[in-house]
Design a protein around this ligand. Structure first.
Ligand SMILES: *Cc1c(COP(=O)(O)O)cnc(C)c1O
Length: 402
């Protein structure tokens, strides 16, 4: 049933079943999977069931009763990304996951942090804060002629002053897939820690931390994994974890051992905190298992086919420009309409029952700024979308001249 492991020909997704297990498919044309995908019924049921259990038994008692399901969350995530369960921390979202890793690293004057043009605004804001505090320098690695991170430029910049390479795998504002495996090869050879923001890639593409060679990886639940909102996770490798002091500690991340001392947990859960939304956490585990049951290769194959069709159709529409760059493209499709602000296009599509979103320059200044784009419209497909939905989007775009 699971095709997740390198089978040459993944069993294609049964789209009719995927849609019948997704209540939202009957309501909307959902092309905002990079914002938050529609949750499948098993995830919804798992969340609601746990909330009901809490109401009946009490929250602590429900958590104890659900302990096997909670442990299964770590096992599922470990299977998904190719690590071990104790290398995973489950937290509120991808930003918190990324921040816990980033702010656990130590930088000083003259240290260099290398990043990508694709980088997400929240990551860059953290870079700027830390640069201001410590005197570390932020350097943006050039793109190559395809619009992806230039591996040659990265190689040229890697030296002993570089204390971190932090790269976004798939950005929020484009269909680009950055060459994570090539980046990991270089960082490993240079002995520099590699933090991968895999928020938009996990769930739509195979992402394996051993293949990539990243030391840290952050992801969210609600995007391509189709989990509940308010969930995310952090992977930190065994190699690094004990050298990293979390920016916050509590009685879950550490133990108060003596009046004056505490011990930090040895595993990645040092980046968690004690109180958590158990229903959402269990739902995340179910979402990961659900994705693995479809098979990540099968998901990627269908997502890529749908996105290719969409880009092709958009390119035929007068006044529409597809804005995706990169050698390898994914399920995020971005475009602009001549003379019409992205927010206006978005509003019209929403009124027609088609969910998309807008990526504004404030989300990605290094990238959209360099391309002189104040905003792009983003239509992000998932495996439960259909050719007909793509046709509907394009027909709606074509039926107006605002
Ligand atoms: C959405 C996104 C994030 C932030 O994820 P949250 O779960 O909202 O914290 C980080 N990086 C990228 C590339 C994103 O698209």
């Amino acid at each position: 049933m699971t095709n997740a492991n390198n089978s040459a020909m993944p069993t294609p997704v049964d789209v009719a079943r995927a849609r019948s297990e997704t209540p939202g498919c009957a309501e909307v044309v959902h092309l905002n999977n990079a914002g938050a995908a529609l949750t499948p019924a098993p995830v919804l049921d798992a969340v609601i069931d746990h909330l009901r259990l809490e109401a009946r038994l009490g929250g602590y008692e429900a958590a104890a009763a659900a302990a096997p399901k909670v442990n299964a969350v770590y096992e599922s995530i470990a299977r998904l990304i190719g690590c071990r369960p104790h290398e995973v921390a489950v937290v509120e979202n991808a930003t918190r996951a990324w921040d816990m890793a980033f702010y656990a690293m130590r930088f000083g004057p003259g240290d260099r942090i290398l990043t990508s043009r694709a980088e997400y605004a929240s990551n860059v804001i953290a870079f700027l804060q830390v640069a201001r505090r410590t005197g570390a320098h932020i350097e943006v690695v050039d793109d190559d002629e395809h619009g992806q991170l230039s591996v040659e430029d990265l190689q040229r910049r890697l030296d002993d002053d570089v204390k971190l390479v932090a790269v976004t795998h798939v950005p929020t504002q484009s269909g680009l897939v950055n060459p994570a495996i090539e980046i990991g090869r270089l960082t490993r050879a240079a002995g520099v820690p590699f933090l991968l923001d895999a928020c938009q890639s996990v769930g739509q593409l195979p992402v394996n931390v051993r293949d990539i060679g990243c030391d840290m990886l952050s992801a969210t639940g609600r995007k391509f994994l189709r989990g509940p909102r308010g969930t995310g996770f952090l992977y930190v490798s065994d190699r690094l974890v004990e050298t990293m002091e979390p920016p916050f500690l509590d009685l879950h991340a550490a133990t108060w051992t003596d009046a004056q001392t505490y011990d930090i947990r040895p595993d990645a859960r040092r980046f968690e905190n004690w109180e958590t939304n158990y229903a959402a956490k269990i739902g995340l585990g179910v979402a990961v298992g659900y994705a693995l049951d479809w098979g990540i290769e099968a998901i990627e194959e269908r997502v890529t086919a749908l996105a290719t069709r969409l880009r092709h159709q958009l390119a035929q529409l007068p006044g529409v420009t597809v804005q995706d760059r990169g050698r390898r493209l994914c399920g995020i499709v971005t475009f602009t309409v001549d003379g019409v602000p992205a927010a206006d296009v978005h509003r019209r599509l929403t009124a027609a029952g088609i969910n998309t979103s807008v990526s504004a320059i404030t989300s990605a200044r290094y990238d959209l700024g360099a391309r002189n784009l104040p905003a792009v419209l983003r239509a992000s497909v998932h495996y439960y979308n259909t050719d007909e939905e793509i046709d509907t989007l394009c027909a709606t775009l074509n039926s107006r001249r605002t």
